[in-house]
Design a protein. Structure first.
Length: 151
């Protein structure tokens, strides 16, 4: 299954992220996951949205430099060692992770980890044969994260 992420190079200054979120909000594009990282005066914004192709088109039209990348969204167990189990599969195949981040869907049950790898098809095949489920853009957009049951 394919999943998509925006990668936006950005200056490390106030208002850059707000400009992006404002454009997406006006076009009714919902952000499902976000990471922001910086190093010195610049950095990257990574977003997963409910309509990646439309979001890419709108941001590009507004002059925002944006790359639409295929990534792998993997469903993992939210338990001790859940992420390690996935990463060991990739390590054993010598697949390097260029970028990765995750979020909990349901505490102590499920989480999603997003992987940006160069050997995409090989990684997807290994992940699938190792018993992990990957999520499509539709499945990602329908996730309702952070259901903290049992607290």
């Amino acid at each position: 299954m394919k999943a998509y992420q925006f990668t936006i190079p950005a200056e490390n200054k106030p208002g850059v992220l707000a400009q992006v979120t404002s454009i997406l909000s006006l076009k009714k594009i919902n952000i499902r996951s976000a990471t922001i990282s910086s190093f010195g005066n610049s950095g990257f914004i990574n977003l997963i949205v409910n309509n990646p192709k439309m979001g890419h088109k709108v941001l590009h039209k507004e002059g925002i430099p944006v790359e639409l990348k295929e990534v792998i969204a993997v469903l993992i167990e939210d338990r001790l060692g859940g992420l390690d189990k996935l990463l060991q599969v990739l390590l054993n195949a010598n697949i390097n992770i260029e970028n990765g981040y995750g979020f909990v869907i349901e505490s102590r049950k499920n989480a999603v980890f997003i992987l940006d790898v160069i050997e995409l098809e090989r990684a997807k095949s290994l992940i699938k044969t190792s018993g992990f489920k990957t999520l499509s853009p539709q499945e990602l957009s329908e996730i309702e994260p952070f259901h903290y049951v049992g607290y």
